[in-house]
Design a protein around this ligand. Structure first.
Ligand code: SF4
Ligand SMILES: [Zn+2]
Length: 463
């Protein structure tokens, strides 16, 4: 991590306005959340289609429209809600998409949703029961002595009594540079509060017979394989499991041995059906399976009312039997289920395409939907506990350094540039302000709010 980047993001709170892929990612998350919530609540096959709300439109749940908090009474399922959200944005101040793009975005999500249900099925897993969906949990970070880590943290007590973390220069009340104005009129206080790791679990599974717990994590990505491969060194999952270890058996997550995680990654690419070739005349096949010839001409199948003249020609073009076909050459990246759907939609013979469908099932489908199981044993969790302590120490020191800075030199020393942006594949949203900080460079960012405690009682250290 580049310290300068951390300062831009965490102390200065600069945020790029939400990107499109985030919106899709969030919408995808809602789709999987709905399916898993259904499984958690009913442990029965998921009946939805993405279009209608399963919680209030009369499938198997009783409920009133007004009471539905998921669709807010609209009766819409997750795909439709995404479409309407984009459409509302389209008519609002910050349109993200044109009208036709809104349609294709909704189609992209619907295809991903339908495909997921085809690949994994509507039934809850026979081995794993969903026991929690979308829950926030926290675990206190401990130092090497085993005591909760409670570093000095500088806060601002605002006039209304709220407490918030002190920003750049705010502890000394000096403006540092032009871009980090000291706005508070309150009092600076120093506290020693515990640091927590906070996680939001997408879902928690429990093995139906062994009781082992598994953490479920859902993602969508333009390159699912790369994402999954990168997980081996990414401590994020270990971190989730480390938090799970502390909260199981409390509240709504049952107790159980910790197994590991299940990553469910879906391609965010649009899925397209095969190219349908123009209708063609059907050749008559002889007993040897070869096309029948009349002299140098092929013989074609006729419709019921068609007749051939003496030369084997039709007396009327309209009487030839015309059949369309699906291009196999141009459908190398079509998911098998969309190819199968096109066979049905075009009234074609499934047997003619069986080999190609098998081929797609083996080569294309597994690249769109990937599931990866992994373990995070006691060693991995211990390692994470130590690493997160180191990270917390770094953050606490950096926050104090920023709050106490009195000059840009102080900032340069506390937050040097370590250009991770220059690594292969590296990027950084803060290139502009990093090169030359100023109002112009910051104009494309929003400024987030700082961590605030509206209740100024310090939280107590727990497990
Ligand atoms: S542009 Fe590079 S050096 Fe500058 S903050 Fe970003 S990662 Fe760091
Ligand atoms: Zn509803």
């Amino acid at each position: 991590m580049c310290p300068k980047r951390w300062w831009f993001a965490d102390i200065e709170g600069l945020r790029s306005p939400t990107k499109t892929y985030h919106r899709f990612g969030r919408a995808w998350h809602e789709c999987l959340e709905e399916i898993h919530r259904w499984w958690m609540k009913h442990d029965l096959p998921y009946p939805g289609n993405g279009v209608d709300c399963v919680w209030c439109s009369g499938f198997q749940v009783a409920g009133t429209r007004e009471a539905c908090t998921t669709c807010e009474g609209s009766g819409r399922g997750p795909v439709m809600r995404y479409k309407y959200a984009l459409r509302t944005a389209r008519n609002g101040e910050y349109p993200v998409f044109e009208d036709d793009e809104v349609e294709s975005e909704a189609t992209r999500l619907q295809a991903a949703f339908d495909g997921w249900l085809r690949v994994y099925g509507r039934d809850p897993s026979a081995r794993l029961k969903v026991v929690a969906v979308e829950v926030a949990a926290a675990r206190v970070i401990r130092g090497p002595t085993g005591r909760p880590y409670c570093p000095e943290t500088l806060l601002i007590r605002e006039q209304d009594g709220d407490l918030r973390i002190a920003g750049t220069g705010e502890a000394t009340g000096q403006q540092v540079g032009d871009n980090s104005p000291v706005t508070h009129t309150g009092e600076v206080i120093s506290v020693r509060w515990p640091y927590y790791q906070i996680s939001r679990f997408d879902c928690v599974y429990q093995h139906r017979t062994t009781g082992v717990l598994l953490l479920g994590e859902w993602k969508s990505s333009a390159s699912p394989r790369t994402l999954v491969d990168g997980l081996n060194v990414d401590p994020q999952t270990d971190g989730y499991v480390w938090v799970l270890e502390a909260v199981r058996g409390h509240g709504f997550i049952p107790d159980g041995k910790i197994g590991g995680y299940l990553y469910d990654v879906t391609s965010s690419h649009a899925q397209h059906g095969p190219k349908v070739l123009k209708p063609q005349k059907v050749k008559v096949l002889g007993d040897d399976g070869e096309p029948e010839m009349n002299g140098s001409r092929y013989v074609y199948e006729m419709n019921d009312d068609g007749t051939l003249d003496e030369d084997g020609e039709s007396n009327n073009d309209a009487t030839f039997k015309m059949v369309s076909a699906l291009s196999t050459a141009k459908s190398a990246s079509v998911p098998s289920w969309l190819f199968q759907k096109a066979i049905v939609d075009n009234g074609l013979e499934p047997a003619d395409y069986a080999d190609h469908v098998t081929h797609l099932r083996q080569t294309v489908d597994p690249k769109i939907y990937i599931r990866e199981y992994g373990t995070a044993g006691p060693q991995a969790r211990k390692r994470y506990g130590e690493e997160i302590y180191a990270t917390a120490v770094q953050f606490a020191n950096s926050r104090r350094a920023a709050a106490r800075a009195t000059s840009t030199s102080d900032l340069n020393i506390a937050f040097p540039r370590v250009p991770v942006c220059r690594l292969p594949g590296g990027t950084c949203a803060f290139r502009g302000p990093c090169m030359q900080d100023g109002d112009d460079a910051r104009a494309s960012f929003e400024r987030g709010t700082k961590q605030t405690w509206t209740n100024n009682q310090p939280p107590s250290a727990g497990t």
